[in-house]
Design a protein around this ligand. Sequence first.
Ligand code: URP
Ligand code: ZN
Ligand code: ZN
Length: 460
Amino acid sequence: MRTVIKDGTLVTASGSSRADVIIEEEKITAIGSFLPGFGDRTIEASGKLVLPGAIDVHTHLDMPFGGTVTADDFTTGTIAAAAGGTTCIVDYAIQTPGGTLQEALVAWHKKAEGKCAVDYGFHVAVTDLNEKALNEIPDLVKKGYPTFKVFMAYKGVFQIDDAALLKVLKKTGAAGGLVLVHAENGDVIEVLTGELLAAGKTAPRYHALSRPPLAEEEAVNRYIAMAELSGSPAYIVHLSTAGALRLVSSARLRGLPVYAETCPQYLFLSIDRYNEPGFDGAKYVMSPPLREKGNEDHLWAGLRSGNLQVVASDHCSFNLKEQKELGMNNFTKIPNGAPGLENRVQLMFAGGVVKEHIDIHKFVDLVSTAPARIFGLYPQKGTIAVGSDADLVIFNPEAEFTLSSTEQFQNVDYNPYEGFRGKGKPELVFSRGTLIFEHGEYTGAVGHGRFIPRQPFSVI
Ligand code: URP
Ligand code: ZN
Ligand code: ZN
């Protein structure tokens, strides 16, 4: 079947043009001006933007964490992704203590296979470094898993020590991969947490006090130093503070291949959320925590300047009822994480482009093209070009929306952006040429989403 998307404004990271796009089977086969009747199906897109499908490189679906399992699995999470204009995710397969990296991948493939609405890949989180795990890294890079995550926080759960981090960096860098780090000093957090609990400070807002900006900045500094020492590229996930950004910027100024992502929660929400009435502050218990107002201005500047390259969601949803409530009497028992996969693109358009923090090309770059390039998916994904997958979003820049938990596909009982209003909606979403979302309805088939092996890392 040949589909013509007629007369839309095609927007990529580098420019815009008014043109028609031809889709045949799963690919974009032509871009230009075509006569009516050229396709079996014509989609009128005048007045609409045609965007490359967005890519979310930081999700946690069907993940056991904090004594429970995330509310979204690979079906509900990827349908939510489609509804929000995201056509590819990269999720984290987590090594279990004593287990191999391959076993983690087998487990995560089983969770995802046949259950996804959009395409997917996996990073591997190394939580228990042993010789066997270390030696698996080069082969996994070759097999399409070029990115490995290491946690400098969550002591006693996921945290590994500096020696292990350095070994992972050396091995991964030499194999052509990239190490992604959750940069917070877990030992410092443990001490501060102990002090707060001993003083009877158990409410959700103390989560933020137990993880101050300096705990993040110290870890970012240490990670960059270790990456430089090992001669490997570095990537920091969910960077949240102005101070951490300064460290990344100065490393990049010295020519180091250091990359970082931030997330909508650090751009649109701030620490005062923890003071919401009753237990509602628990909705925002995530790590790093929400920060003081003012940090977001620096993060927007970092996105504009290119010192921050990616906006990912860190989607890790837990219901307020029964899941977040596990920490009703002790903030350390509140499972860390919040939903965002469905809303990332709209937040960045309405809150970023419309509010003039970033232009439309930077927007496409942050949510699609740069993630595709850094994570080895480009040019198969992340752009609109002949030969690329026909992952396309017909986006209405004038349509108004209000975010609400009552109207979402994410399988979770709240929305951290409840009441956020703006303009800009994905109206039609194509995944490899198949129309999977149409005017508010999911029209795809679960199981359409396919595992996408990724290329080794190359400097962008
Ligand atoms: O609080 C968060 N961010 N939960 C998900 C796990 C992680 O640290 O990325
Ligand atoms: Zn993290
Ligand atoms: Zn995460």
